[in-house]
Write a protein that binds this ligand. Structure first.
Ligand SMILES: Nc1ncnc2c1ncn2[C@@H]1O[C@H](COP(=O)(O)OP(=O)(O)OP(=O)(O)O)[C@@H](O)[C@H]1O
Ligand SMILES: [Mg+2]
Length: 416
């Protein structure tokens, strides 16, 4: 298959990695389906998706621990297929640190360099620098079992960066840490990445972590990429109901569009929006769409015609704001966040800035087909209308196997 190498995009950014049409099956089940994306030099890019969606498999193919059935991984313009893992100038940090318990911190970090027969003075200088980078300058003599989880994680990172890789692959590296430590390490990792000028490819199923750290997020589901974009893009302009639901909380309901910049919710309320109709839509016909409204984007006011009028069903204080469920008169339950509380049982009218209404094509990922959003079943009564145009449907995803293998213990991350 011919593949024209593109090493730059229109922003002039260099692509250090280009991945095209990567496919992988295990025991007859497709776990990666035509995965295509590129990684810019010095970028912090995150693969985000639920357990089993193929994040680690993608990473392991980039690292060279796994072989794709088809597709291309190019590193700086060169096909990596025949390059063994230890020659790839790519290092991996795994969730399980795989440190050597019988060695102290210094020797754990020095391990790879010793194997490569780097001279002693250089080893000392590089290991100390790596330990200083991860904030463990005084810990060289300590043994691994004398460290906290967070410190072990730092040693694992030091051991990877001491090899001066061009790319660092991090597979849920903070998964074993408690929440507070994880938040601290998120910020530190991001700073480290900037300082080191290394490209980070990060894997997580934690959307908040992805939003905090990444320059670019790739949202995956069942071996298929759903969206690639900046954190702001995927949050504010999710491509489909799945992304909208996975990235933060959202209200996803049925709606129709008969013309540009106007959407009618299932209850008949018309809201102004900023989106034109999709090209395949027909003017004047109620074309089915999904409407996403983030809980924080509602204005809570008095009930009034043209607003989503309803009754406050619950009220919870969340620190900076209150979270409410408002049941509108058509039976939909809306998740609403507001700095001011509204009493349970009181009547309110909700409205939204046109900017904050996101219109998406309907797909099999829409609320009807899953359990996304807080939505009343009757919200879909538009379905039966005759003038409704049925929309494009995303190809049915294959089933995935129940369980998965862990990383073999032999992969120490010292693969340079
Ligand atoms: N060596 C293997 N043999 C058989 N099936 C595998 C193997 N490795 C992964 N799989 C399967 O491939 C699918 C994708 O696995 P992968 O490890 O890439 O998921 P993941 O997105 O990293 O999930 P998690 O968040 O749980 O780590 C899973 O269904 C898993 O069971
Ligand atoms: Mg994984």
């Amino acid at each position: 298959m011919a593949y024209n190498q593109i090493l730059e995009d229109d922003t002039g950014s260099e692509h250090i990695i280009e991945i095209k049409d990567l496919c992988k099956s295990f025991d007859g089940t497709k776990v990666l389906k035509n995965i295509t994306f590129y990684i810019r030099n010095n970028e912090f890019i995150t693969l985000l998706g639920p357990s089993g969606c193929g994040k680690s498999t993608t990473l392991r193919i980039i690292a060279g621990f796994e072989t794709a059935d088809s597709g291309i991984v190019n590193f700086e313009g060169k096909d990596l297929k025949s390059v063994p893992a230890n020659k790839r100038n790519i290092n991996t940090v795994f969730q399980r640190y795989a440190l050597f318990p019988h060695l102290n911190v210094f020797d754990n970090v020095a391990f790879g360099l010793k194997i490569k027969k780097v001279n002693k003075a250089e080893i000392k200088q590089r290991v100390n620098k790596a330990l200083a980078t991860v904030g463990l300058a005084d810990y060289g003599e300590r043994y691994i079992d004398q460290l906290s989880g967070g410190q072990m994680q730092r040693v694992a990172i030091a051991r990877a960066i001491v090899n001066r890789p061009r790319i660092l692959l991090l597979d849920e590296p903070l998964g074993a840490l408690d929440l507070k430590m994880r938040k601290e390490m998120q910020i530190e990792l991001k700073e480290m990445q900037r300082e080191l000028g290394i490209t980070f490819v990060y894997v997580t199923h934690d959307q908040e972590e992805a939003l905090t750290m990444s320059d670019t997020i790739i949202v995956m589901k069942d071996g298929v990429i759903q969206q690639i974009g900046t954190p702001i893009d995927v949050y504010n302009e999710p491509k489909n109901a799945y992304v909208a639901d996975f990235i933060g909380e959202s209200n996803i309901v049925a709606g129709t569009m008969k013309k540009d910049k106007e959407v009618v919710l299932s209850s008949g309320i018309t809201f102004e929006c900023v989106d034109p109709m999709f090209p395949e839509f027909t003017e004047g016909i109620a074309n089915l769409v999904d409407v996403v409204i983030r809980p924080e984007d509602f204005y809570v006011a008095e009930e009034k015609e043209g607003r989503i009028n309803g009754t406050v069903e619950s009220l919870v204080f969340k620190g900076v704001h209150y979270e409410m469920i408002v049941k509108s008169d058509d039976g939909i339950e809306w998740l609403v966040q507001n700095v001011d509380p509204s009493a349970v049982g009181s009547r309110v009218g909700l409205y939204v800035d046109p900017d904050d209404i996101q219109i998406m094509r309907r797909s099999e990922l829409s609320p009807d087909f899953g359990s996304f959003g807080i939505k009343h079943p009757e919200a879909r009564d538009n379905e039966n209308r005759e003038d409704v145009v049925s929309d494009n449907v995303v190809e049915e995803a294959d089933n995935k196997p129940e369980d998965k293998d862990g990383e073999p213990e032999v992969e120490t991350g010292v693969n340079d």
